[in-house]
Design a protein around this ligand. Structure first.
Ligand SMILES: *Cc1c(COP(=O)(O)O)cnc(C)c1O
Length: 405
């Protein structure tokens, strides 16, 4: 999965360029920086690599989502429809702009169920935010149609699907705006960082100002910048951008290995007829950072997870249903709207109401799902060994069950 696994001299070289000048900040200091502009270079490389028109780097993927939402005018009173299966950052960002996260069910794509989205639309709905989880994509045609029909913003949380595509377009570049995270475990990393991508100039200009205290960046003197609106500091540093610049040049190398390892491991798991795989709306666009697979029942899935653990081979296999980070079931802090700063009573009530809905349809999917992360460091031998061990463990559990039935 992650680019950190292949840390190299290339990353060191880019970081050293910045260390040579000592100008660690992305703006200003034009003379002393000696022509080194890693953040600008990385933004250009993002546009070139992913086909976006504009790119604004941020200090994290979460900051990118918050920035995009602010730039898109999402805020007080608005509802943002987003899936029950995601990383906590998705709803954190919605809350950070004062909007209400409306979590809805996922289907066997592990992303938004378009029918559930339709049912969740109210006069307050402002945006739909699909999350392209675990390297693969939501059903974008269906979501685009819904957004057009109801005049809603489409914001893609593509933080986990760098390099994935849908019908030839990169995930994150299809909606009004999209975001990547470049945190340490993402497909390419800056250590910490993120980006907002958009084809709309207005959204880009707002994102640019918002991430730097609202400075309009029109002159060369930062002190003379005007502030058309209030912003925050979500800037990336030159050191972080330098790491990302080395990594983006290696992204194809990462993706090629990822796809190769994915293909081999999947071909081994496919030997078990009781295993089914995640539905992928455009299979050619899977970034292949995970293989997500289903077993017939929750009970069997739990037994397989327990047996993988007993065999010492659970590492890299994620049972999201029991995971505190990624699925609504364990998000008690959201269900109770526990924040450090007090929320408006209206927002608090709407947040808790939304988070305590019935997610039985998501449970039915997630309770049977295991995702296996794909390492870039595996040898062919290791993949075969891992795959065979997994298959024999799964078969053992299935056989035991057959005997007891
Ligand atoms: C990683 C991630 C984020 C946030 O990224 P950070 O850079 O860690 O803040 C947002 N959404 C999803 C789906 C993620 O996986």
């Amino acid at each position: 999965m992650p680019g950190y696994e292949l840390w190299s001299d290339k990353e060191r070289k880019e970081v050293n360029d910045v260390l040579e000048t000592g100008i660690l900040m992305r703006y200003g200091f034009d003379g002393p920086r000696n022509g080194i502009w890693k953040s600008k270079e990385l933004e250009a490389a993002v546009n070139e690599t992913f086909g976006s028109k504009y790119a604004q780097l941020t200090s994290s993927g979460t900051a990118a989502l918050t920035t995009a939402m602010s730039a898109l005018g999402i805020g007080y009173g608005d509802e943002v429809i987003t899936p029950s299966f995601t990383f906590v950052a998705s709803f954190e960002a919605v809350l950070s702009v004062g909007a209400v996260p409306v979590l809805v069910d996922v289907d066997d794509t592990l992303t938004l169920n378009p029918e559930a989205v339709r049912k969740a639309i109210t006069p307050k709905t402002k945006a739909v935010m699909p999350v392209h989880m675990c390297g693969s994509m939501a059903d974008m045609d269906a979501l685009i149609a819904i957004c057009k029909e109801h005049n809603l913003i489409l914001l893609e949380d593509a933080c986990q699907s760098i390099g994935g595509t849908y019908k030839g377009k990169h995930l994150g570049t299809i909606g009004d705006a999209g975001t990547f995270s470049f945190d340490f475990v993402k497909t390419m990393t800056c250590a910490e960082g993120g980006v907002v991508m958009t084809s709309r100039e207005d959204i880009y200009i707002k994102s640019d100002g918002y991430t730097d205290h609202g400075h309009d960046h029109k002159g060369v003197d930062r002190g003379a910048d005007l502030h058309p609106f209030i912003g925050y500091n979500y800037r990336i540093s030159e050191l972080h951008a330098a790491v990302g610049l080395a990594q983006i040049k290696r992204l194809n190398e990462f993706l090629t290995i990822q796809k190769m390892n994915h293909r081999l491991l999947k071909s081994i798991l496919e030997q078990v007829p009781e295993i089914s795989f995640r539905r992928i709306p455009d299979p050619a666009g899977d970034s292949c950072s995970f293989i997500s697979w289903f077993l017939p029942t929750e009970e069997i899935t739990r037994a397989v997870v327990a047996e993988l653990k007993a065999q010492g081979i659970l590492a890299g296999n994620f049972y999201w249903f029991d995971n505190n980070w990624h699925y609504i079931r364990k998000w008690d802090h959201l269900k109770n709207a526990i924040t450090l700063n007090s929320l408006s009573p209206e927002l608090k009530e709407r947040v808790t109401q939304q988070a305590n809905k019935d997610f039985a349809a998501s449970d039915a999917i997630m309770s049977r799902c295991i995702s296996t992360s794909i390492s870039l460091l595996w040898t062919e031998e290791q993949i075969k060994e891992k795959g065979e061990k997994m298959v024999s463990t799964i078969r053992k559990v299935l056989q035991n069950r057959a005997v007891t039935i």
